[in-house]
Design a binder for this molecule. Structure first.
Ligand SMILES: [Ca+2]
Length: 665
């Protein structure tokens, strides 16, 4: 018999308890109250009720989701919520093993382990009968990273309240590549936006390199299922790649090419290698055999184990009717938490998301409002909101607000931001975002509002990147970045980390009334047109702004040929000479004829500089630089600024900056 008393006292980092109890689900509609045997049963009853509105109430505790829940097609307005807001129900995609049968590792495994680890490593075999009830299963590392989306990430394993990490070297951070023998092929060079003279199509070929510690690398040779995660070339592009082989003299060969080709400046770590399972809490997942090898203490061997298995979204919503999810905790799954397609009226309120494999909330089309949610340990993006119609500029009206994001992109490290806006007319309002390897908020499209957010300690692992960013689109007009407070963005002149990055000639954005403190650089504007930087305050930044003219510099070859240039293609794809574009964005009509390539229409005006140099503005004929003044500030230490910003009242040098009004608790 399971010891529920013990289990209930153990908490995962997400705050949910390890327990297994019968799901308790109630369906309410039209004055009726029915008990369902499962959430699937409740959704079926809701569909068949004929009612206009149905509520599904979830009892406190863990509701294990072995196959993704789906709410689809015409039906009543649905509310899915915890019965008691103060004791939320958890939807979990993890198998919970109350009494795990850890066994000593078999000899073939022990032989590959470091000698000092052999006495500590145990093996857990998953029961095939149990696994057959699941959509998904035990997942080892998967090819993923920047520009490589996956439907499901690897399994995460908890023993009691401790999460195991994949056996890794180095234990923290990354190691230099060593000697690069062959960078492999470069798939990016074959793509059709590469100028013809530089385009190169070649068969896929993984890179080869010899790490500095050749002796160490030789020990990886025996391991099967070894992977390597790295920033293989650029500081902003990570990729998790399988290792094909390690030769007797320590040369590592990757099984797949890196998108940008591997360069000698790359950095990497090996993962899931028995020879590197050398400290407590590390594990190796053997996906093929359904085994987990882990260094666990004797005292942990009787702890319950939780393993994420589900490889499809916990909840998929495709309906034109209203749907609301309230006070529910989504936890522990290999895929997304909520995926919504064309959901006409979706509200996600006061929910929490933790230990999600890919995206926490993924919305395409329809209209969604995400409010007062908590997101932590998200493998991919936190919230992705896509919608609206660009040719007609019809807005999506999606909003994410008053929510707290930490540790998003924890498995896919680059271009998996906390918030991603695409299309027309969505908003990110009053959120707090921190502890991310790369971007906090990214937007593409038009008429988005990024307002009142508090963003700090992001861009921690990458360079050539910004906390709030967009890139490579002349047509991105009508966007506003206003009243945000971005602080504590570390970096260097060589790696140019920024609070706001308007990359590769993106144009038509207004950056107004923001507060930037202790950032490497405030803004990097990469040669775009009609970029307005007005009435912001910069406190102790390396520089306020770097506004370059790359369109007549290194990027000139990339905009020379309309047939291959991404910027030209995106411009040609929009009806800029028809309404509503013609009236709304009249300046776009002159982009190809008036001072082509130069940052025409830039404005840097009325900014306040506290212990911050203004920086670099390359083309002062095209960029108006006016009334930017150095000011003294008596209470601009970080603690005071954070306190004032949380109360919604920061003024620097007579200019009101940062979030307005008190922040939500
Ligand atoms: Ca290790």
């Amino acid at each position: 018999m399971r010891n529920f008393g013990l289990a209930l006292t153990l908490s995962l980092p997400c705050g949910c308890a390890i327990q297994q109890r019968p799901s308790d689900v109630v369906v309410e509609y039209a004055g009726r109250r029915e008990r369902a045997v499962s959430i699937e049963d409740a959704l079926r009853r809701a569909k068949e009720s004929g009612a206009e509105r149905v509520e599904i109430l979830l009892a406190p505790g863990v509701h294990t989701v072995r196959r993704g829940l789906v709410w689809q097609g015409e039906g009543p307005a649905l509310v899915l919520r915890s019965e008691h807001a103060s004791r939320p129900a958890t939807l979990s995609g993890a198998l919970e093993v109350a009494t795990p049968a850890w066994r000593p590792a078999r000899e073939a495994v022990r032989a590959q382990l470091p000698e000092h680890a052999r006495a500590h490593v145990r093996t857990l075999a998953l029961d095939p009968d149990e696994l057959s009830a699941w959509q998904g299963g035990l997942g080892g590392p998967a090819h993923s990273g920047h520009a490589v989306e996956v439907r499901a990430a690897r399994s995460r394993v908890h023993v009691g309240s401790s999460e195991l990490t994949l056996a890794r070297w180095p234990d923290e951070g990354f190691a230099p590549l060593g000697v690069l023998v062959d960078g492999g092929s470069t798939p990016r060079n074959a793509e059709d936006d590469i100028p013809l003279a530089q385009r190169k199509v070649e068969p896929p070929r993984g890179a080869r390199f010899v790490p500095e510690d050749r002796e160490r690398a030789r020990r990886w040779a025996l391991s099967t299922g070894a992977w390597a995660h790295g920033y293989w070339n650029w500081d902003w592009s990570d990729e998790l790649l399988p290792i094909e082989s390690v030769s007797a003299d320590g040369e590592v060969k990757l099984a797949l090419p890196h998108r940008y080709g591997v360069a000698a400046r790359g950095r990497f770590a090996v993962l899931n290698v028995l020879a590197e399972l050398d400290r407590p809490g590390e594990c190796v997942i053997d996906e093929e055999q359904g085994l987990i090898h882990a260094w666990i203490d004797a005292a942990q061997r009787s702890d319950p184990v939780a393993i994420t298995l589900l490889d499809e979204p916990l909840l998929r919503i495709e309906t034109t009717s209203e749907a609301a999810v309230q006070d529910v905790s989504f936890s522990s799954t290999r895929s997304a938490a909520i995926e919504a397609h064309d959901a006409a009226g979706l509200r996600v309120e006061r929910c929490s998301f933790a230990l999600i494999g890919t995206r926490a909330i993924d919305v395409e089309g329809g209209r969604a409002e995400i409010a007062h949610c908590q997101l932590d340990r998200i493998g991919g993006m936190g919230v992705r909101l896509v919608g609206g119609d660009r040719p007609s500029l019809a807005p999506a009206g999606h909003v994410v607000r008053d929510s707290r994001f930490t540790r998003c992109g924890d498995l896919q490290r680059t271009y998996h931001p906390a918030i991603d806006l695409d299309g027309v007319g969505s908003a990110a309002l009053n959120n707090e975002i921190s502890d991310l390897p790369h971007i906090a908020i990214r937007y593409m499209g038009n008429e988005h509002r990024i307002v009142g957010n508090l963003v700090h300690h992001v861009v921690l692992e990458t360079g050539d990147a910004g906390a709030i960013c967009t890139g490579r689109d002349w047509t991105g007009h009508g966007n506003v970045i206003e009243g945000n407070f971005v602080h504590s963005i570390p970096g260097s002149e060589e790696r140019f980390q920024n609070a706001v990055y308007i990359d590769d000639m993106s144009s038509g954005v207004t950056v107004r009334g923001n507060l930037f403190a202790d950032c490497n650089w405030g803004l990097l504007v990469g040669g775009g047109r009609d970029v307005r930087v007005e009435s912001n305050a910069f406190v102790r930044c390396g520089k306020a702004i770097s506004y370059d003219a790359r369109g007549v510099g290194w990027m000139a070859p990339h905009i020379a040929d309309p047939a291959t240039s991404t910027l030209h293609r995106r411009l040609a794809a929009m009806p800029i000479d028809r309404e509503p574009w013609k009236s709304r964005y009249p300046l776009l009509g002159s982009y190809l004829t008036d001072r082509f390539g130069r940052p025409v229409g830039g404005v840097v005006r009325g900014n306040r500089l506290v212990s911050t140099p203004l920086g670099r503005i390359d083309d002062r004929e095209c960029v108006a630089v006016l009334d930017n003044v150095e000011v003294a500030c008596g209470n601009c230490d970080l603690g005071s600024l954070v306190g004032s910003a949380r109360a919604g009242c920061v003024e620097v040098g007579g200019v009101r900056v940062g979030p307005v009004g008190p922040r939500p608790r």
